[in-house]
Design a protein around this ligand. Structure first.
Ligand SMILES: NC(=O)c1ccc[n+]([C@@H]2O[C@H](COP(=O)([O-])OP(=O)(O)OC[C@H]3O[C@@H](n4cnc5c(N)ncnc54)[C@H](OP(=O)(O)O)[C@@H]3O)[C@@H](O)[C@H]2O)c1
Length: 508
């Protein structure tokens, strides 16, 4: 195991939910696996006064509660805790950064970090604090000169803006003091093992890639479904955001890029991001005409999820009872390039769907001639049974898997068609626990590898595509189409796909 070189990780927003639920557990796991050099300091930074000891105790309690008594390794925690520190700072007060700088230097010398150690500032705070934080780092001299830019990396959490113009403002605010190579916009989806496997599956095997184009693919469906609603007081935030901003603009479009991009010439950050960018540049509405022809928004009404009654969205805690916020989006889009011209891509995401599921389903074209159609009768009821199109499914979560559906001959004296599938499940083949997304992404920042982070041009291209849809919804008097909680979305979304003689998958 190779540990990172000396790195100081400053987490702004250290008393927040993200820090205790994701960042500290991820850093602890990296420490347990000896990925964290003993000269790496992790410094929590937030407004409330707190001693190092109080911070360590709070973090230990949360991590222990999450892992459970049996799985928590107290000895390993004691090693990690030696590297854990706290510094009070009001991000909006420029006068406090000089103290921060001195404290960081003191802590770095305490853990034995060399002068050339890199610093990572993880902004786990609300977006309005990003600009003041970067200003403060700059005025206190914590941003190194251009020739040593790799000594500071700043991690920014989503949301990266609410629309095109706010995303551009954010980019301008960051670029006033930082180079693009110093900015790591984190989309935790890209840290998932199975998302990264899309690239290896496509470009590490010779037999699938030649089929992924307009000659063989009928259409592609990308689904990011959640069974959850507005638990944990999430309604307040969600009601200002919605499914488009929260999931489609980032996670779904990133999955689209990974499945549709051309092979990069090198497996390096710049080359991969260049190819993803070309996909976003080729992105178009799948049907001409008004937004309603190719994008549908929905909102859940009361229903049953996994047999349990679920409230309507408008009745959820902290949600405006007249809210028109979308909890579901479906889109038919197209890519104007040689590889994908004429192939529809169907994208959908929603809350309160029957189950949590993220998958990419590639449906291939039918064979040019159907030689095996048979009529099967049960009493008076007869059915035409034909070969079904092959489908390749990349399941990202849960139970990460790759599955290929094809037709086979049912044993017997006649040629009868039987659809079957070949399945590869991660859990069956690999016993090692898959690393958490944040673990992988934090390690990448420490290594200075930006491959799995979103570049500003990708971000802008994604916003450029979805902003007109949001504006059209927000300026019109229309309301989202309702769907009962526990279903796969409003029936209006069927219209998008039925023209292609297909239907949305309803995976069991
Ligand atoms: N939570 C998640 O799972 C999650 C997932 C994806 C993205 N995100 C994003 O990550 C960011 C943080 O989310 P969160 O849920 O952790 O937020 P949170 O629980 O509300 O925590 C906010 C943190 O910011 C600190 N803070 C606020 N004002 C400050 C100031 N003026 N100076 C210094 N510190 C200040 C707070 O410190 P004090 O308590 O000391 O005031 C607190 O530590 C948000 O942008 C969110 O959208 C979160």
């Amino acid at each position: 195991m190779v540990s990172t070189s000396d790195t100081t990780v400053l987490i702004f927003g250290a008393s927040g939910d993200l820090t205790s639920r994701k960042l500290i557990p991820a850093l602890f796991r990296l420490s347990q696996q000896q990925y964290l050099s003993s000269r790496c300091a992790v410094i929590g930074v937030a407004r409330r006064p707190k001693s190092h000891h109080e911070f360590r105790t709070e973090m230990r309690d949360t991590v222990q509660a999450r892992l459970g008594e049996n799985k928590f390794d107290a000895a390993a925690w004691d090693v990690f805790a030696q590297q854990l520190f706290y510094q009070q700072l009001d991000i909006t007060n420029p006068d406090e950064y000089a103290t921060l700088r001195t404290s960081v230097q003191t802590i770095e010398s305490q853990v034995g970090a060399g002068n050339a150690s890199a610093r990572i500032v993880y902004l786990a705070t609300t977006p309005d604090l990003i600009a003041p934080a970067v200003e403060g780092l700059s005025t206190s001299g914590m941003i190194p000169p251009r020739e040593s830019e790799s000594l500071l990396r700043v991690v920014v959490e989503k949301p990266f803006g609410r629309d095109l113009s706010s995303a551009q403002d954010l980019t301008i605010a960051l670029s006033r003091h930082l180079q693009e190579s110093q900015i790591y916009r984190i989309d935790h989806y890209l840290g998932k093992e199975t998302v990264q496997n899309i690239l290896l599956f496509r470009f590490g095997n010779a037999i699938f890639e030649p089929l992924l184009n307009r000659n063989h693919v009928d259409h592609i469906q990308i689904t990011v479904a959640e069974a959850l609603g507005m638990e944990g007081a999430r309604g307040g935030y969600y009601d200002t955001s919605g499914a488009m901003r929260d999931v489609l603009q980032n996670h779904v479009l990133q999955l689209l890029c990974l499945i549709a991009m051309d092979p990069p010439s090198l497996f390096h950050g710049r080359e991969i991001r260049d190819e993803k960018m070309k996909v976003l540049q080729a992105l178009r509405p799948g049907v001409i005409g008004p937004v309603g022809n190719w994008a549908i928004r929905g909102q859940y009404a009361a229903g049953l999820v996994n047999g349990q009654p679920a409230l309507a969205y408008r009745k959820e805690d902290r949600v405006n009872p007249n809210s028109n916020r979308e909890t579901y989006v479906a889109m038919r889009v197209a890519l104007d390039n040689w590889r994908w011209a004429g192939v529809p891509f169907f994208l959908r995401t929603g809350k309160r769907m029957p189950k949590q599921l993220t998958e990419i389903a590639i449906q291939f074209k039918n064979p040019p001639l159907n030689l095996f159609s048979t009529v099967e009768c049960d009493g008076d009821l007869c059915d035409l049974v034909e070969t079904r199109p092959n489908t390749l499914i990349l399941r990202i979560q849960p139970q990460e898997a790759i599955s290929l559906r094809f037709s086979t001959k049912r044993p017997g004296m006649n040629y009868q068609v039987q659809p079957v599938s070949m399945d590869f499940e991660y859990g069956d083949h690999f016993t090692a626990q898959l690393p958490e997304a944040y673990e992988r992404l934090l390690l990448d920042v420490m290594r200075g590898d930006s491959t799995l982070f979103t570049r500003s041009d990708e971000l802008e291209a994604a916003w450029r595509f979805v902003t007109p849809v949001l504006e059209s919804w927000e300026s019109s008097n229309s309301v989202p189409d309702l769907y009962p909680a526990g279903t796969w979305g409003p029936t209006s979304a069927d219209r998008l796909i039925s023209e292609t003689k297909s239907r949305w998958r309803a995976p069991t």
